[in-house]
Every structure is written in C-alpha cells, then in structure tokens.
Design a protein around this ligand. Structure first.
Ligand code: ATP
Length: 284
C-alpha cells in the first residue's frame, strides 16, 4: 500500500527567503507523525503544502494518492485541517458552527458527538466570541474532525490549553489514531510528541535533521545512563550502558544515598539536534 504522505525534495522559496530547503518524508496510513523544530524551521509551510494550501517551488508531493496542489473537492473531503489561526464565525454558537462545517462533507460525524469529543458540550449553546482561547482551539479541533477525515493535520493544536485540556486532547487524538485516522501534527511540546507520536521528524532551517520514534530519536535509546549517588566522601556521577550492574556493585546490599539513574530526555536530544546554546537550554 502506498504511504499516506510521501514527499521528496520538497522546497519552498519566498522572495529572499528559503522556507523549506529540502524535505523528504514518508508517513504511513494510521501513523501519528509529529513535526518538531524551532520557530521558522519550516513546519507550517511544509504542512500547508501537504494540505494543498501552498504551492511548492520544487519536489514531489503525494498525499492520499494525489498531488495536493492539483487535487479537487473529493480529495479535500478526506482531509481534516486544524490551522494555527482561529476561524471567525464569532456570532454563531458552538453547535451552529460545528453543524455548519459538517455540511461541507459527504459523510460527516454527528456534530453533538464531535462537540462532546472535544469537551465543549457545556458550551454548545455559547457564542463563539464568548469562548476562552483554549475553548476556541478545541472548537477548531471539532471543525477539523467533523468531516471524519482519513488524514488530519494539526498545527500546534494545544497551544493555549490548560493541562487538563491537553490531556483530554491527547486522549482524543489517540482515539482517532486507534480508529485508523492518520495524523500529522506540529508541536513545540516535546511531551506532546512523546505522548502521541509514533514517529517524529525534527526540522531545522528547512531540512529534516533527525527522524525516528520518540524513544530512538538521535540515538536516545542507545545513550549511556548517568548514575548519581552520594556517600561520606561526597557526590558521585558515572556514565554507563549497564546501570543495573553498576548499582549492584556499588551498593553491595546497602542503600545508596540520593541515587538517580537518568538518560537524555527527548528535550535534551532535541536541543542537541537543533544546536541550542547553553543559555537557550537554561531557558527551555
Ligand atoms: N508568506 C510568507 N512569505 C515570506 N516568508 C514566509 C512566509 N511564510 C513563512 N515564511 C518564512 O519561512 C520560514 C518558515 O516559516 P514557517 O512558518 O514554515 O516555520 P515554522 O517552523 O512553522 O515556525 P513556527 O514554529 O514559528 O510556527 C520563516 O523564516 C518564515 O519567516
């Protein structure tokens, strides 16, 4: 079976600016794929090209079997999009808005159920303009999924969500993925990528600098563990590929004070990949 998304040599230039230099991606059906990268890396531009909203300068793109720039209405109905900007239909209620968007699709979901899925049932009768930022974002998600898309694009979907809304959103996305929806999301939250994505690609300056499962990215699974402990002579730190063995030898049956075993977090690996400086790390 063809992958859901296949791009080769993707490039987008603006006057005096290369937004996407050269990107290759392959996303399988049913995968949750996260694009990570610093501001200006080219994530939104890449996603907009895949959505058919932006024309590429060069390269090949195949999304659900078609060239997104040339594809028509039938193709569009198979795709769901949650943009960074909020749709403006502020005088309608939440329920009216979702029902309105449902009419664009040949086989939509039940608007009430979709509103429930995004946790807006209590706000169904509220005017869109009265929603908080996070609630509006959830409405955007509802609009993105009401057509029951095969492929869903989410550009920074949880920006502005409170922690509970984020968790709820993650459950929603995991449920959609479980039901077979292919999901492509961009995010700045490493924990979000780790919680949701089967695979991630890190973009920097318009190129993919690493790709893999969150666990493997940048050799993380193979990275040495750092074992820290303290005793009467002070604090100690040792790097090892065999932390269990080291701790067994060290402890000899007794408790080791302040013992920790750590491996690089996804954030550590990510900051390495994008070449963050020490100061930026402190700030992260
Ligand atoms: N319409 C445009 N005209 C000119 N330059 C643009 C345009 N859109 C994007 N760019 C430039 O292309 C580069 C990539 O932008 P893009 O929005 O794809 O990055 P991003 O990775 O999504 O960033 P962020 O994390 O800030 O959303 C940036 O340098 C941006 O200034």
């Amino acid at each position: 079976m063809k992958p859901a998304v296949r791009v080769r040599g993707l490039r987008k230039e603006y006057p005096g600016q290369v937004a996407v230099a050269e990107v290759d991606l392959r996303i399988e059906h049913g995968e949750v794929f996260a694009l990570l990268g610093p501001n200006g890396a080219g994530k939104t531009t890449t996603v907009e090209i895949l959505e058919g909203h932006r024309k590429r300068t060069a390269g090949e793109a195949d999304v659900l079997g078609e060239d997104p720039w040339a594809a028509g209405r039938a193709w569009r109905a198979r795709i769901g999009i949650v943009l960074q900007t909020v749709n403006d239909a502020a005088n309608l209620t939440v329920a009216e808005t979702v029902r309105h968007f449902a009419r664009y699709y040949p086989n939509p979901g039940d608007p009430e159920e979709v509103i429930e899925q995004v946790g807006l049932t209590e706000k169904a009768g509220a005017r869109v303009r009265s929603l908080s930022g996070g609630q509006r974002r959830r409405l955007d998600v509802a609009i993105g999924i009401v057509g029951r898309p095969e492929l869903l694009f989410l550009d920074e979907p949880t920006t502005g969500f409170d922690p509970e809304a984020r968790r709820r959103f993650w459950t929603l996305i995991a449920g959609l993925a479980h039901g077979g929806t292919t999901i492509v999301l961009t995010t700045h939250y490493l924990d979000e990528a780790e919680a949701l994505a089967d695979r991630v690609a890190v973009l920097a300056a318009g190129r993919v600098v690493a790709e893999g499962t969150p666990a493997e990215l940048g050799g993380r699974a193979r990275a040495e563990a750092v074992v820290r402990w303290s005793d009467e002579t002070g604090r100690h730190e040792e790097r090892t590929s065999f932390p269990t063995k080291l701790i067994t030898e060290l402890s000899d049956g007794r408790e080791l004070a302040e013992l920790t075993v750590t491996r690089p977090s996804l954030e550590d690996v990510y900051l390495d990949l994008i070449g963050a400086t020490g100061e930026e790390r402190e700030a992260a």
